[in-house]
Design a binder for this molecule. Structure first.
Ligand code: SF4
Length: 292
């Protein structure tokens, strides 16, 4: 059967988010001016982007001890105050590409901690952004995705401030807050909640869900290690058959079998070029004979 009747549709708002675009522009500029630039860890979680930047002279230093030059770039995920202090004490020049939404979450965590709140960061404890936010709370806090972990604290802190990793799913954060309210009300604690989820992520998730509700197959394009890409796949996967792919080459022709409407969306660090390649390959496969 010819599959030319398969409809292919792209979600609104794909391509780099504001923070990633800004970070890439700053690195390209620094590399062009200095010949090369080192970043502390991967500046974004996307292999294709890192490969392209490497070609322009942007290299990754895993730790500050690995830095060879006199300038270091901090990625969109930001760093904690100890790392920032260490960079200063080594007299390294900084190209700071910390996203303003991450910066806000860091400032909020610091402010809450300084005001006597125990800071709960709703997020993945192993993610660099979360580690940085928690570090700005000065050790007075915890990162978790499970409210029961807070319930288990003995004693439960009297004043608890809650913020979120910028890329978390708003509905899941809402549920976490409801659970936190239940815990706090049982134990006389006071809660202060600040929503620090990024606006781009909120819009991206909404448009992906809207499309996933209409299609019978969804492709989420992005790095397998990217937190926000995984969230998109999680959300779409709850609504329709979904695959997470890094590049167009990963699409298997059999995936199209029996499907009539295919949706495409991408993570915040997935370039529009990669999305276009996925769209082109789907259109190519659509025009081939695929058994029904
Ligand atoms: S996803 Fe949001 S918080 Fe993260 S870099 Fe992009 S704009 Fe900033």
């Amino acid at each position: 059967m010819k599959s030319k009747n398969i409809k292919i549709e792209k979600a609104a708002g794909t391509g780099f988010c504001f923070g990633v675009r800004r970070a890439i522009t700053a690195l390209e500029k620094a590399a062009a001016e200095q010949g090369s630039i080192e970043t502390l860890g991967a500046v974004v979680h996307n292999r294709q982007v890192l490969q392209r930047l490497a070609g322009l002279g942007v290299t990754v230093a895993s730790t500050l001890d690995d830095v060879k030059g006199n300038t270091i770039a901090i990625g969109a995920h930001g760093v904690g105050p100890e790392v920032a202090g260490e960079i200063k004490s080594r007299n390294l020049k900084i190209v700071d590409t910390t996203c303003r939404f991450v910066h806000r979450a860091q400032s909020v965590a610091q402010r809450l901690s300084q005001s006597g709140f125990f800071v709960v960061v709703y997020g993945d404890v192993n993610h660099p952004e979360v580690k940085g936010i928690l570090a700005w709370a000065g050790g007075n806090g915890i990162a978790t995705l499970d409210a029961q972990q807070i319930a288990g604290l003995k004693p439960l802190p009297g004043y608890i401030g809650v913020v979120a990793q910028t890329t978390q799913i708003p509905a899941n954060f809402n549920q976490f807050i409801k659970d936190m309210v239940d815990i706090a009300l049982r134990r006389d604690s006071e809660l202060y909640i600040i929503d620090t989820i990024c606006h781009d992520i909120r819009r991206r998730q909404e448009s992906a869900q809207k499309l996933a509700n209409k299609v019978d197959l969804m492709l989420v394009v992005g790095d397998h290690t990217s937190a926000n890409t995984n969230r998109l796949a999680e959300l779409c996967g709850g609504l329709t058959k979904t695959y997470l792919i890094e590049t167009a080459a990963e699409i298997q022709p059999e995936w199209l079998k029996g499907h009539h409407h295919i949706g495409i969306t991408g993570g915040a660090s997935t370039s529009e070029d990669t999305i276009t390649e996925v769209q082109d390959r789907l259109e190519n496969l659509r025009n081939r004979s695929i058994p029904a």
